[in-house]
Design a protein. Structure first.
Length: 316
């Protein structure tokens, strides 16, 4: 397959995985994006420019995740390899459980879709499967591709479907100053769990579908978890303490992906004159109370649901 363009622009959202009980299966796309431009060169070699998150820290050669994923996608469809020039503007925090690596993988594959002459060869189904293979699990990859909330699973290949998301759902990403690798977060999980915990988890994951789509008043119950969060307390004690405090106040708070970011699934409130006309959420007071006015380097990011997913545009 030949290339059909030599320059593309890609936009990919941050994502949050698990959403409590949906370990390695549920995910949601967030309104925070990395943007990059990819140019196919008429000569061998790779040149990567990065601004924002990861600048000076991520590889600037063939090991860059966007580059390696783009090359995997070109190989998959039988397209010729080419030299590449990448300009990356990163806003998704790294090492915080907001899908930065999945975003880079998806961005590379979607960039390949824009470059090839037959972009339909890299359909959404193909992109989800390849991205999940490269990532090892589909929970972040699926919403990064499809947008909205997704449920992913594996049969002969990785598959995903979108979930209904209620219009009143409001998300808060509470981002700590410290990083945590996915490897470290997964390394503390046990090889098996009690049958009672597995049964509990199945019921709450099913309830989460109903809560996300039709009954957000059930989100607190639907986001309860016994499979992974408690086992991770030793590697993210501050995050789990915040989750505990918020849930005790009636707020549906969970660890975002492998952490240490905390994700709040709240309900949007109408704009209030007392708040200067700005809309808020039913979790705002509890979040303020949990910090007591001292943020300690944490950031609160109110984020809409990204309902589009990754996009690619051919450039002149």
């Amino acid at each position: 397959m030949r290339l059909g363009a030599d320059r593309v622009r890609v936009r990919v959202p941050a994502t949050s995985a698990n959403l409590g009980p949906g370990f390695d299966a549920f995910g949601i796309a967030l309104g925070l994006h990395d943007e990059l431009e990819v140019r196919a060169l008429g000569r061998p070699g790779v040149h990567v420019e990065v601004t924002g998150e990861g600048a000076g820290q991520v590889p600037d050669d063939e090991q860059h995740l966007v580059v390696s994923s783009l090359r995997a996608a070109l190989d998959l469809v039988g397209a010729s390899q080419t030299g590449l020039h990448l300009v990356c503007r990163n806003r998704i925090p790294h090492g915080r459980g907001l899908g930065s690596s999945a975003g880079a993988v998806v961005a590379g594959i979607v960039a390949a879709r824009g470059l090839i002459a037959e972009p339909e060869a890299l359909s959404d189904d193909v992109v989800v499967d390849l991205a999940a293979q490269l990532e090892g699990h589909p929970d972040n990859a699926a919403p990064a591709v499809l947008g909205g909330a997704t449920l992913a699973w594996r049969e002969d290949r990785f598959r995903a479907t979108d979930l209904v998301v209620h219009d009143d759902l409001a998300l808060l990403a509470i981002v700590p100053p410290n990083h945590l690798s996915t490897k470290a977060a997964r390394g503390v999980l046990p090889a098996s769990v009690p049958h009672a915990d597995a049964a509990f988890q199945a019921g709450r994951a099913a309830l989460l579908v109903e809560a996300l789509g039709r009954r957000p008043e059930l989100l607190l119950a639907a986001t309860a978890d016994r499979l992974h969060q408690e086992y991770r307390r030793a590697v993210m004690p501050a995050s789990l303490a915040l989750v505990d405090a918020l849930r005790a106040a009636g707020v549906a708070a969970v660890v975002s992906g492998a952490g240490p970011t905390v994700l709040v699934l709240a309900r949007r409130l109408p704009a209030s004159p007392a708040a200067g006309g700005a809309p808020g959420t039913d979790a705002d007071e509890a979040v303020r109370a949990a910090f007591g006015g001292a943020m300690g380097g944490w950031q609160i990011l109110p984020l809409p649901v990204d309902r589009t997913g990754a996009t690619v545009e051919r450039m002149a």
